[in-house]
Structures are given as structure tokens and as C-alpha cells.
Design a protein around this ligand. Structure first.
Ligand code: FCB
Length: 485
């Protein structure tokens, strides 16, 4: 076992590694089959919001409402990935990635969410898959990364139980068209975020703030998660690796040993880390820690649902950015829990206000792997947003690079303790539209100038490329300069 150089029990200083520090591990330590990727999502990158028959999605609608998004930004152009995917996949290949994770926009394929297929939309994903394969990048297709067709929202969206069937129909269309080439499927992206931020907190589309809507959407997402898995497996019984992804954060009590804070931490863990995971294993919802879920059971659970919520996934995608510190809150009606913001705690944090705490990923891999019958784990998102400055055609981003190195080190730490973790996907390949935060926070390994759509591989991306042994990647200004000579 190798020794990692940092005390991983302390928050990581923003720019930990000096440029020359050799890492105490290499790619080979992870095994030859390890998947090395970067991830992206349709609404955040594609743009082309009305192009070639695409129907509107709830994010097209939500971003039109004043005051929902910083600076009233929207994803109508985004990183123009719809038109520039070949350039971006070339860069991904140049970085030495073996895998690329992206999502399909449901309303590009089915403008009404159901019924008639938009051929041109489906053709686009067909071309995208081929473009990945031509570059030896394995495509990982996420079916749902939050952009529900508006036409389905008009019918109640996730609060309408019919969505389970609508989603299954959409999954089957994708499997029939792409299943001969796509081997890796993720059913949902982070249900707790689109259900919670979208239906309880109101800060994501569709912008609802309603406990009933949250509970209904949560249960239907749980059912769709399993049903989507079954639809894919029925059509692709031999070839497909079927997974789904979960948001998660390692949680620590504000005052360790304090009974109230410890109990609040357990409740937060049930909500943020266990809620969508346990029903897939047949463990049901964590009702003991979250008594309010009794309403969900009374109102929305139908006979047979306990079975319907189960699905034996081939992998779980673990998505982690930070840890949370949890404090008992006597003031909320449920005497619940509050998360103490990193800024308030005075610890290093990213542009999202998230504490820089890469060891969170290690703890979450351990926590998920501890379930009996847990499938193989992959880190399908991990990354950090820091302000970037372009200097002479380069983007020096030591803090992001340090985060990336440390997160990868933490994955190795888990793997060396026997956890079956098979891949690491950096979020994100390029800068993109960060939901309610607009274009402010930049997560990319590749910088995007949103005025010109020029791409520059950041120093973090260059480091990843060296680590992976990819071919050298030049920035667009460097390439242009070379052509001029
Ligand atoms: C995750 C989302 C992803 C991205 C990152 C920063 O929760 O899945 O789309 O926004 O956060």
C-alpha cells in the first residue's frame, strides 16, 4: 500500500501541490480496466435549445422566469456542444480519457415527452455515440439529467405517477436505437437534487416549494429509477451495464459527541445519502429517521411498490463534491437539521461555497460499499469550481488541479482498502451552465470563452492528460499560433 502525502483529516489548502511535486501514485495503481473519464450533461452544454425539432424542457421554462438564475442566464447556447461535439471529443481523446459520460435531452428525442419521436434528435445522439467510439471513448449515456419535457410537466411531471411509464417508454426508444453501441447506461442523475431542489426548495426547475409535491416526485423517481433499469435490461440483457447515479456528501456533526447534532446528522444522512439508494436494495425508505415519510407511504405507495422500487443495478454512480457539517436546529417545525456553510466555518471552499474536502469521496465509497449486495461503484462526478484567468493562452488553475489530484488519491485509498470502485469521471469536460448559478462557477478541465466558444485546456486538464498518458493537447490559441508560423 502506498502512503499518501497529505493529512487527509484536515481540509486541503486551496493550492496544495507545488507544480513539481511528484504524486505518490500513478494511473497503473488503479488497474488496467479502470475507467478514466469526464462527465457532462445535455442542458448544461448542448445549447441548440430549439434546434432540429427539439421540444422545450422545464429548464428552458425555468430559466425564462426572472430571478431564478444568477444574471438571468440560460442554456440556450451554453457550450454549444450540439455543434462542437467533435472538437470537444477530440480534446477528450487528447486528454487520454477512456470514457465520456453525457446525457440525452428527453425533449430532443420526444418533443412532447411521449408519442412521436423526433428523428433528427435521435440521430444526433446516434452521431454522438459514433463520434465517441471513433475516438476510442466509451460512451456512458445518462437518460435523465434534469431536463424534463415541458409537455410532461404540464401533466404534473414527476408528481404524476404516469411518469414511470413515460420514462420507461423513452428508455426503450434509447435502448433500441443505441443499445448496439452503448454499453454503459445511467438511468437517473442525482434524484435527490432534481426532486429536492426542484420540488421542495424551488431553486431548480420546475421551481416548486411544496412538501406534497416533493414526496410524490420522490416516490415516482424511485419507481422510475428501477423501472428504467428493468426496461434497459429487458432489451439489452447481455450487453448493457446498467447503473444509476446518486448525489452524496460525507456528513459530520457540528459538535461531535453532542447528542442533538449526532441525531440531526443521522437524519440528514437518511435524506441526503440513503433515500434513493436503499429502496433499490429492497430496504424501503429510511422512515425511522424521517418520520415525515409516513405521508409518502400513506399517500403514494401502492401495493406492490416495495417490489417495484427494487432493481439490481450493475453499478452505482457516486457523485461527490464536498462534505457537510450538520447542526441540530431547534427552530424548524420538525426540529430538523441545518447544514453549517463552509464560509461560516472559515474553511477553504470553492466558488459554489462548498468546502474543499476531497476525503469525502473516500468516506462515501466506504459507506455505499458497506451495503450487503452493493454493486460495483464508480465515481461518476467529482470536481471543483474556482475562478479562472486566461493568461497568454493558458489557464493556470492550481486549486482545481490540487482538488483533482486529491480526489483521485482518495479513490485509490478506498480501492486499496478493498472497495470495488471501477472508475473516476471528472466533472466536467468543459465549463458549462451551472444551473441556478448560471455561467459563474467553472468546473471544466477545459475553459470555454462563452463569447467566442474558444476552448483552452486548463492546467488541471493538462495534468490529467499527463497522469493518463494522453497525447499533448494544445489550446486553440496555441494551435492558431502554430498555424500562423
Ligand atoms: C451535480 C450535477 C451536475 C453539476 C455538478 C456541479 O450535482 O449532477 O450537473 O451541476 O453538480
Amino acid at each position: 500500500m502506498i502512503k499518501l502525502p497529505i493529512n487527509y483529516h484536515e481540509p486541503l489548502p486551496a493550492a496544495f501541490y507545488p507544480a513539481s511535486a511528484p504524486l505518490p501514485f500513478s494511473r497503473a495503481d488503479f488497474g488496467a480496466d479502470f475507467h478514466w473519464g469526464a462527465a457532462a450533461a445535455a442542458y448544461q452544454t448542448e445549447g441548440a435549445w430549439q434546434h432540429q425539432g427539439k421540444g422545450p424542457s422545464i429548464w428552458d421554462d425555468f430559466t425564462r422566469r426572472k430571478g431564478t438564475i444568477r444574471r438571468n442566464e440560460h442554456g440556450r447556447v451554453a457550450a454549444d456542444f450540439y455543434n462542437r461535439y467533435e472538437t470537444d471529443l477530440d480534446l477528450a481523446r487528447g486528454l487520454g480519457l477512456t470514457d465520456f459520460r453525457f446525457s440525452a435531452a428527453w425533449s430532443r428525442v420526444l418533443p412532447e415527452g411521449l408519442g412521436a419521436v423526433n428523428r433528427r434528435g435521435l440521430d444526433y445522439y446516434d452521431r454522438l455515440v459514433d463520434a465517441c467510439l471513433e475516438r476510442d471513448l466509451r460512451p456512458w449515456l445518462t437518460l435523465y439529467h434534469w431536463d424534463l419535457p415541458s409537455a410532461l410537466q404540464a401533466r404534473g411531471g414527476w408528481t404524476n405517477r404516469s411518469i414511470v411509464g413515460w420514462f420507461s417508454d423513452y428508455a426503450q426508444i434509447m435502448a433500441r436505437r443505441l443499445g448496439d453501441r452503448v454499453q454503459h447506461w445511467a438511468v437517473l442523475n442525482e434524484p435527490m437534487v432534481f426532486v429536492g431542489a426542484g420540488h421542495l426548495l424551488g431553486v431548480h426547475a420546475p421551481g416548486r416549494r411544496h412538501l406534497g409535491a416533493f414526496l410524490a416526485a420522490a416516490h415516482h423517481a424511485t419507481l422510475a429509477q428501477a423501472e428504467g433499469g428493468r426496461a434497459l435490461r429487458a432489451l439489452l440483457p447481455d450487453s448493457a451495464q446498467i447503473g444509476t447515479t446518486f448525489s452524496c456528501s460525507h456528513l459530520t456533526p457540528h459538535r461531535p459527541g453532542n447528542r442533538n447534532d449526532e441525531a440531526a446528522t443521522r437524519r440528514a444522512d437518511a435524506l441526503l445519502n440513503r433515500f434513493f439508494v436503499e429502496p433499490t436494495l429492497g430496504l424501503g425508505y429510511p422512515v425511522a429517521e424521517l418520520p415525515a415519510l409516513r405521508w409518502l407511504l400513506e399517500r403514494y405507495l401502492k401495493p406492490g411498490d416495495d417490489q417495484r422500487m427494487k432493481f439490481s443495478f450493475d453499478f452505482w454512480g457516486v457523485q461527490n463534491y464536498t462534505r457537510e457539517v450538520v447542526k441540530f436546529s431547534p427552530w424548524l417545525p420538525l426540529q430538523w437539521a441545518t447544514l453549517v456553510p463552509a464560509k461560516q466555518r472559515g474553511v477553504p471552499h470553492t466558488d459554489m461555497g462548498w468546502e474543499v474536502f476531497p476525503e469525502s469521496i473516500y468516506h462515501m465509497l466506504k459507506q455505499f460499499a458497506a451495503y450487503p449486495n452493493a454493486p460495483r461503484l464508480l465515481v461518476t462526478e467529482s470536481g471543483s469550481a474556482f475562478p479562472d484567468v486566461v493568461q497568454d493562452g493558458r489557464v493556470p488553475d492550481p486549486a482545481r488541479r490540487a482538488y483533482l489530484q486529491a480526489a483521485i488519491g482518495q479513490v485509490l485509498r478506498a480501492q486499496q482498502e478493498g472497495i470495488d470502485v471501477g472508475g473516476y469521471f471528472a466533472w466536467s469536460l468543459t465549463d458549462n451552465f451551472e444551473w441556478a448559478e448560471g455561467y459563474g462557477p467553472r468546473f471544466g478541465l477545459i475553459h470555454v470563452d462563452y463569447e467566442t466558444q474558444e476552448r483552452i485546456v486548463k492546467d488541471s486538464g493538462r495534468w490529467y492528460q499527463q497522469f493518463l498518458g494522453g497525447t499533448a493537447v494544445a489550446s486553440e490559441p496555441e494551435r492558431a499560433a502554430a498555424e500562423r508560423v
